[in-house]
Design a protein around this ligand. Sequence first.
Ligand code: AMP
Ligand code: GLY
Length: 419
Amino acid sequence: MNIALIGSGGREHVLCQKIYESKLSENIICIPGNAGTSKIAKNIDVDFLKFRELLKILRSNKIDLVIVGPEEPLVKGLIDFLTKNKIRAFGPNKFAAKLEGSKAFMKSLCQKNKIPTAKFKICKNKGEVIKFLRNSKLPLVVKADGLAAGKGVSICTSKNDVLKHSSEIFKGKFKSSKKIVLEEFLNGEEVSCFFIVDKNNFKFFGSAQDHKRVGEKDTGPNTGGMGAYSPAPILNKKLKRKIIKKIVKPTLAALKRKNKPYTGFLYVGLMIIEKEPYLIEYNVRMGDPECQVILPRLNNDLLKIFYAAVKNKINKISIRWKQSKCMTIVLCSKGYPGKYKKDKVLKNIDRITLNKNSFIFHAGTKLINGKLLTNGGRVLNITSIGKNFIKIRKKILKLIKKINWKDGFYRKDIGWRVI
Ligand code: AMP
Ligand code: GLY
């Protein structure tokens, strides 16, 4: 099969690697890909949000299956567009992708279907916020309704803060958001669970915990993710059953009733309070860097899973995991998630020898005239699998020392909860 993979992050590099290892794969193109994917696939630099141009590339490369990494093309309807043009693609339709594309949609769906989540109020203007604040307790969480690249959520400890963040959103801070969701603050332990879903069935696809804050001890501003580990020890069988029964099944059933069944990866972000799961967010794709710690633990041929899913035969596949644990630490450009410089040279990567249990997944990198340069805030994912998280982290930190990149930084405390 000829495969096209959309995206350019660490998530896409690990997806590309797994597709490359598949018995079913022939040619792989990455749109646009990064320096890592360029070694195992053909990178093609077109804007994947320009669907017509993308279609031309897919047709000229005789693509049999499209795998979409990031959320934006899904929320903008890429799957519907490709399906109409008779190109097979893995991911949710535009309506179902609103689970991530609109927090108001997601919360309303939860309310209608009695899915446990934080209490909330959707507000369209400042007056509604002021009215709501009269009878509400702090802290409160302010969320932009639409996609905001991980920057749309503020946890507010004063009413003034709530008003400030709400006003910014109403004034157009995020183009995608005209309304906000005000939410009760949930205090518990966060965990992310993944599912692979087709029109008829779904399968559990691993768990992970990530570190969103830029600073050690989980301080400072939010990022896309500074590191992650899998599996998440908090997720026992009983909790998993509750998540499926109270959250995943009613969500999938609700979308089916609307005649818009969900398909693709489903990322379920949860807060666990006194052993009970509450839905914090849905993402309609794999997590990044969560994908980088889940796929190395997978024993199946990934492309066989995708193929079964697009044929609505996921129930025929038994998903098998290695016993090993996996962790990744993200090496970032200094300044991230604020301003940072691009085009910095990464010198030592090719000189590093990796054993079969360690991987360097590229994210913001590019190859220019054979030189490896940085091309983003999150640059490399140094990843390792093994028996225990303490040893794994030591191994990763040793590798990062060898890379010895002066313009980068990383968190040394990834996995502190399990170490
Ligand atoms: P979201 O984009 O909705 O996933 O929010 C980003 C992060 O904000 C989550 O991963 C949580 O750490 C935090 N968060 C979001 N909603 C809540 C909430 N209701 N209570 C506590 N923390 C929250
Ligand atoms: N690591 C969080 C996300 O992918 O949304």
